[in-house]
Design a binder for this molecule. Structure first.
Ligand SMILES: Cc1cc2nc3c(=O)[nH]c(=O)nc-3n(C[C@H](O)[C@H](O)[C@H](O)COP(=O)(O)OP(=O)(O)OC[C@H]3O[C@@H](n4cnc5c(N)ncnc54)[C@H](O)[C@@H]3O)c2cc1C
Length: 365
């Protein structure tokens, strides 16, 4: 029988962040089904992340990793072509991360600070027992049991553990994303993310390390256009016809060289995001629409906030999870208002279902 003060399910950005903040004070077991982080879309880290990385004592080492700076966003939205740079941002520029190496680094920091990491492992059962939880893990060596005082669900937007513990997952839309990679021999160095609205959704592209670029289209899973999303030729040829993105891909000499991957990108929230003896962090607590570019920041922030609340709880503060729930509630309210504002700025396709749905959400917000 293994024992831990805290079991964290999921060693992505949120789980690793919770682990590296708790490990100096408590016995932490960090578990992930993947042996190493997968290469995946989601590389834009906003400037404000600098404060969190500093608070957690990670800033100097982060800077040494030399992730590419992101100097702002270029958008064609609401019929207006605009460039919003980070020049006046008090935190400076953001980053286009090498996502897999960023995640590996966070995992390593958690281990360096004392967390035990168990990969190729998942959770199959959980039961409340006296003073905590009895958990069954499926490891490479077979099933094993663990007793933990606190559980943290950091398993991403599926929120499997939080749901097992009684949280309801409220899904707010049907957004999905089709994305692929290609080479970029052009102006990758301008360091801008590009966003462009069209009748049935919106496009995203950003430069990546090693002269690579990501191209992505977001729409609702139940709209007819979603069927085209798996088709790499459709994705690249349609993007090339757009006024802003087409010119960008042309100047970058972009050539797609991977298959399309599909991923869920809807907004969702776990209610409640914490309870006695458990917390949900990152996407497992609240999943953001990629338009907000706030998912990684939220993963770092909630990873840290839950670690602090969990520490208070382990020291006897019975209200620790309530405070965390209130904080998450205000994050969710601010998020919905901002998202409603940005979707509301696009008024060109009032008859298109994709935009009608988002106008309705503005009214609800
Ligand atoms: C299309 C798209 C684009 C995005 N772009 C950006 C962006 O540019 N900037 C940004 O800030 N955010 C972006 N995001 C959001 C960002 O990727 C997420 O918010 C972030 O990954 C959340 O981190 P997390 O640690 O909570 O979850 P995840 O990164 O999903 O990590 C979850 C971890 O848990 C593990 N896991 C899951 N289930 C189990 C299980 N049952 N057992 C064991 N392990 C498990 C997984 O292997 C993984 O390592 C984007 C999201 C999407 C969908």
């Amino acid at each position: 029988m293994l024992r831990a003060d805290v079991l964290i399910l999921g060693a992505g950005p949120a789980g690793a962040t919770a682990a590296l903040n708790l490990a100096p004070h408590h016995h932490v077991l960090l578990v992930d089904r993947l042996a190493t982080p997968a290469q995946r879309i989601g590389e834009s880290l906003p400037p404000a992340a600098r404060r969190l990385l500093t608070d957690m004592g990670l800033w100097d080492e982060f800077v040494r990793q030399d992730h590419a700076p992101c100097h702002g966003n270029r958008s064609v939205w609401g019929g207006v072509a605009a460039e919003q740079d980070f020049l006046r941002d008090p935190d400076g520029h953001g980053w286009h991360l090498d996502r897999a190496s960023f995640e590996s680094w966070l995992r390593n920091k958690a281990v360096e600070r004392g967390a035990a990491l168990l990969t190729s492992t998942t959770l199959t059962a959980v039961m409340a027992v006296e003073e905590g939880w009895l958990v069954t893990l499926e490891t490479l060596a077979g099933p094993c049991q663990l007793r933990a005082k606190v559980l943290i669900d950091a398993g991403g937007r599926n929120a499997m553990l939080a749901r097992k513990l009684g949280a309801r997952r409220v899904r707010q839309d049907k957004l999905i994303c089709g994305w692929l990679y290609g080479c970029d021999y052009g102006k990758a160095g301008d360091g801008l993310s590009h966003i462009e609205a069209v009748e049935h959704g919106w496009w995203y592209s950003a430069p990546l390390p090693d002269q690579r670029r990501v191209l992505a289209f977001h729409t609702d899973a139940d709209l007819p256009i979603a069927k085209a999303l798996r088709n790499a030729d459709w994705l690249t040829s349609t993007a090339r016809q757009l006024p802003g993105l087409g010119a960008l891909l042309e100047s970058a000499g972009f050539v797609a060289d991977t298959d399309v991957k599909l991923t869920a990108a809807h907004s969702a929230i776990s209610t409640p995001p914490a309870g006695p003896g458990w917390f949900a962090v990152g996407d497992a607590a609240i999943s953001f629409d990629p338009l907000s570019s706030q998912g990684l920041f939220n993963a770092l922030y909630t990873g840290l906030a839950a670690a602090e609340a969990c520490d208070r709880g382990l020291r006897g503060d019975a209200t620790a999870s309530d405070g965390y729930c209130h904080e998450l509630e205000s994050i969710a309210t601010a998020y919905r208002q901002h998202l409603g504002f940005w979707y509301g700025e696009e008024k060109r396709w009032r008859d298109a279902v994709f935009w009608q749905r988002r106008q309705r959400e503005v009214v609800l917000a």
